[in-house]
Ligand binder design. Structure first.
Ligand SMILES: NC(=O)c1ccc[n+]([C@@H]2O[C@H](COP(=O)([O-])OP(=O)(O)OC[C@H]3O[C@@H](n4cnc5c(N)ncnc54)[C@H](OP(=O)(O)O)[C@@H]3O)[C@@H](O)[C@H]2O)c1
Length: 329
C-alpha cells in the first residue's frame, strides 16, 4: 500500500564541505522538511542550521537519529565513519541516505545492506550521478541503439587535491585515496551504462601516506565493451566521459554532475540534451522520498546490489593498486 506524504523530515549528520551543497538543494525541495543537523561541535551545527533553515541543531549524532520528527538521516561524514553512523540510524529505525562510497570495503557494504534488509529499513548510497536527467538520456540512447553497439567508454575524475597528509582525501585513517573518493564515479558510470563487468585491471601511484593519488583502471564488460577510466588528485581538472559505439558517440561533459549529453553520429547528425533544472542532487532527493512513499526499503534508481557490485570492483582495484595489505578501515 503506498501513499504520498506531503513532507519527509530530514536530518543531516556532518555539516562539512559537501553537506553545504546538498543542504542548499534539500532546503529548496518542496517535499523536504529540514528538521535537524548534527555536528560534534554545537556552534558549527547552529551556524549550519541558520544558513540552511534547519529547525534544530544537535551536538550529538545520537540525538539526531532519535529525533521523532526526523524520518530520513543523511550521512555526510568521511567514508570510514559511514558504517558506524548509518548503523546508528538504522538501529533507530530511520531511513538512511549515506554518501558514497557506502562503506570503504565490499564486506562492510554487504553487512550494512543486510542489516537494513533485516530491519526492513530504507538504505541508499547517495550516488547522485544515475539520477541526473542527462545520464538517464545517455542510458536511453544506448538502450535504443542510437550509437549502435557500445564498444568503448572513457571517463576521468581528476583535479589538483590537497597536499596535506591529514586531509581526509590523503589520510589512510580516514579511508583516503582517489579510488574510493572519485574513482568510484567513472567505475559507476561504466557499470551503469554498459552493464556487468567481466574483468578489471588497475594500476596507480601511491602517495607518501600510502594511499593512491592517481589510478588508471581498465574494465571489460560482459557485452564485450571496454572502459578506460582514470582518477587523480594530481592532475588538472577533468571530469568528462565519452561512450563510443559502432554508429557514433555520446559525450558527457563533467559527467558526475552532468547537465548535458551530446549524441554525435557517424552520419553527421547531432543531438544535444540539456537539463535546465539547475539541480545536482534534487533528482536524487526526490527519488528517495518517492521510494519511501512506495514503502520501498531500496531506491529503484540505486539498489543495494549496485552498491555491493561497485564496492567489489573498488576492492579489486585497490587490491591491485595497493597490494593485499591495503588498510581501509
Ligand atoms: N555526492 C557527492 O557529490 C559528494 C561530493 C563530495 C563528498 N562526498 C562524500 O561526502 C562525504 C563527506 O565528504 P566531505 O568532503 O564533506 O567531508 P569533510 O568536510 O571532511 O567532513 C564532513 C564532516 O564529517 C564529520 N566528521 C565526523 N567525524 C570526523 C572525524 N573523525 N574527522 C573528520 N570529520 C569528521 C565532521 O562533522 P562535525 O565535526 O561537524 O561533526 C565534518 O564536518 C564523503 O564520504 C564523500 O565521499 C560526496
Amino acid at each position: 500500500m503506498s501513499s504520498k506524504r506531503e513532507h519527509w523530515g530530514w536530518g543531516l549528520i556532518g555539516p562539512g564541505r559537501f553537506a553545504r551543497e546538498f543542504a542548499e538543494e534539500l532546503a529548496n525541495h518542496e517535499r523536504a522538511r529540514t528538521v535537524a543537523v548534527a555536528s560534534r561541535n554545537r556552534e558549527r551545527a547552529e551556524r549550519f542550521a541558520e544558513d540552511f533553515g534547519f529547525e534544530r541543531a544537535c551536538d550529538d549524532y545520537a540525538d539526531l537519529v532519535n529525533d521523532p520528527e526526523v524520518d530520513i538521516v543523511y550521512v555526510v561524514v568521511p567514508h570510514v565513519f559511514h558504517h558506524e553512523i548509518a548503523s546508528l540510524a538504522l538501529d533507530a529505525g530511520k531511513a538512511v541516505v549515506c554518501e558514497k562510497p557506502l562503506t570503504p570495503t565490499a564486506e562492510n557494504t554487504r553487512t550494512l545492506c543486510r542489516s537494513a534488509r533485516e530491519k526492513k529499513v530504507f538504505l541508499m548510497e547517495a550516488m547522485k550521478t544515475g539520477f541526473l536527467p542527462a545520464i538517464k538520456q545517455a542510458r536511453q540512447w544506448i538502450a535504443d541503439g542510437a550509437i549502435g553497439e557500445p564498444r568503448l567508454l572513457k571517463a576521468d575524475f581528476c583535479f589538483f587535491g590537497p597536499e596535506d597528509p591529514a586531509d581526509r582525501l590523503m589520510n589512510p585513517d580516514l579511508a583516503g585515496g582517489c579510488i574510493l573518493d572519485v574513482g568510484i564515479y567513472p567505475i559507476y558510470l561504466s557499470f551503469h551504462l554498459l552493464g556487468p563487468v567481466a574483468s578489471l585491471a588497475a594500476t596507480g601511484h601511491l602517495a607518501e601516506t600510502g594511499v593512491e593519488d592517481t589510478a588508471a583502471i581498465a574494465l571489460r564488460h560482459e557485452n564485450g565493451a571496454c572502459a578506460s577510466l582514470t582518477a587523480s588528485f594530481r592532475a588538472p581538472e577533468n571530469m568528462d566521459a565519452e561512450i563510443l559505439g559502432s554508429r557514433g558517440r555520446i559525450r558527457l561533459p563533467k559527467f558526475h554532475a552532468a547537465v548535458s549529453a551530446e549524441l554525435i553520429l557517424e552520419d553527421g547528425s547531432h543531438e544535444t540534451f540539456h537539463d535546465d533544472s539547475g539541480g545536482m542532487v534534487a533528482a536524487e532527493i526526490g527519488a528517495v522520498m518517492d521510494a519511501l512513499d512506495a514503502g520501498e526499503i531500496e531506491c529503484p534508481g540505486h539498489l543495494h546490489e549496485d552498491s555491493i557490485k561497485l564496492a567489489e570492483l573498488m576492492d579489486e582495484a585497490l587490491r591491485q593498486v595497493r597490494g593485499d595489505s591495503a588498510r581501509r578501515v
